[in-house]
Design a protein around this ligand. Structure first.
Ligand code: C6P
Length: 407
């Protein structure tokens, strides 16, 4: 095993030490929301207890202090994703809001009748519906990049779909329902040959391995704080300045204007143009603390450890004949989706919960994926670097028990 002191890491996460239904909690629902280390809890509490004030508005001490802390968090985001310019990092509530921002703002300006938007077959609903809505509004068409039986995008077909009508490619870095790591760098390079921008849904990648938006050369990169050990209500939409400067505001109101009169309003430059109203200040500062936490651990080692854990879990569950693993791509991260013939995933989830094991059961907001695999839902274990092999063993034993109960 990789040299990773998981027991030491677990102590950073207070929630993990509790019992659920009389059993030690085994938290395997990190894809839905990861847990929060004490340092993030402390930083957020400190802000609320000692520093809280509205930002960008006040001349008084607390307001300036809060503004400095919030903008420091933005700097941390910039370094975390290696954005060229901190102003290209827009704070949003999460991935959903980020994709909506890109779809409606970019779409209103750059998408027209007869245009095409490519989304992949494995997208989360958050990276489908906003594009559908803007396509309807503009008379554009959604085209779907297909995948194979392992849950890998068929890149040859993708390349054939790009043409002069394509105005956007929207693709997940990592699929939340299958765990597939998509070859986004290559996909972006291909899209750029046609002058097409790419919006990467990074909700499931940033918690699991280091990312670099300049290396990827993506046009937009969107993620949620609560899946990367930060608070809910925090998230980021990174966009290349050339697009952000040209795009209209998504929401309007306070904090995003230069001048307002009843005749005309002019807008502030980025990032303010896209941050109308009082933001989630505590959440943003908490996200900064989550990035500090990730920077303080050996994230590369964490990624390697997590990968081994996923392989081990895939082996353990793969050894159970009744279990069918959904999503067997060569490149995967964190997610193990499975079904058991004749047992509904909700029943699996409920019985596992009785053992203190938290997994997710359902369609994972990816109904097209369920349709492709012809299942109503899957059970999904999703891992983080604080999970252990013993927890994987408990999962496998509990799954075996579920099968016995239903036999
Ligand atoms: N997936 C899951 O259990 P929000 O809710 O805005 O933070 O993230 C939306 C989202 C977008 N894209 C991907 C790839 C995602 O995984 C998610 C959230 C959770 O898989 C909740 S459905």
């Amino acid at each position: 095993m990789t040299n990773w002191d998981v027991e030491k890491i677990r102590k950073d996460f207070p929630v993990l030490s509790q019992t659920v239904n009389g059993k030690p909690l085994v938290y395997l629902d990190n894809g839905a929301s990861s847990q929060v280390p004490q340092s993030v809890i402390d930083r957020t509490s400190k802000y609320l207890a000692e520093e809280h004030s509205n930002i960008h508005r006040g001349v008084h001490y607390l307001s300036q202090h809060a503004t400095t802390a919030y903008e420091a968090a933005r700097e941390k985001v910039k370094r975390f994703i290696n954005a060229p310019d901190v102003k290209e990092c827009i704070f949003v509530r999460g991935t959903t809001e980020g994709v909506n921002l890109v779809a409606f703002s970019y779409g209103r300006k750059f998408i027209g009748e007869g245009d095409e938007i490519l989304v992949s077959q494995m997208e989360h609903h958050s990276n489908i519906i906003p594009w559908q809505m803007i396509a309807e509004e503009k008379g554009a068409t959604i085209r779907v990049i297909p995948m194979n039986e392992r849950g890998e995008l068929i890149i040859d077909e993708y390349e054939n779909m790009l043409n002069e009508r394509t105005k956007m490619v929207a693709v997940a870095h990592v699929s939340n329902s299958l765990g597939t790591v998509n070859p986004v760098k290559e996909m972006i390079a291909t899209a750029h040959k046609f002058g097409v921008p790419v919006c990467v849904d990074a909700a499931q990648s940033v918690p699991h391995f280091p990312v670099d938006v300049q290396d990827l050369d993506c046009d937009f990169f969107v993620f949620s704080g609560h899946k990367m050990f930060g608070p809910t209500g925090s998230g980021v939409m990174y966009g290349k300045r050339k697009w952000l400067d040209a795009m209209p505001p998504y929401q309007t109101g306070g904090g995003m204007i230069r001048t307002v009169s009843f005749e005309k309003t002019t807008f502030a430059p980025i990032p303010d143009k896209f941050e109308a109203g009082t933001p989630a200040i505590a959440a943003g500062i908490g996200l900064g603390a989550a990035i500090d936490y990730i920077n303080a651990i050996d994230f590369e080692a964490a990624a390697a450890y997590e990968h081994e854990l996923l392989e081990y879990a895939s082996e353990r569950l793969g050894d159970i004949p009744e279990v069918k693993i959904i999503g067997t791509a060569a490149e995967k991260a964190s997610v193990l989706s499975f079904t058991i013939e004749g047992i509904h995933p909700h029943d699996i989830g409920t019985i596992l919960d009785q053992q203190g094991i938290a997994i997710r059961a359902g369609h994972h907001c990816a109904q097209p994926v369920m349709e492709f695999f012809d299942v109503p839902a899957t059970a999904r274990a999703s891992f983080a670097f604080y999970n252990t092999r013993e927890e994987v063993d408990k999962l496998a034993d509990a799954v075996q028990k579920v099968i016995e109960v239903f036999a």
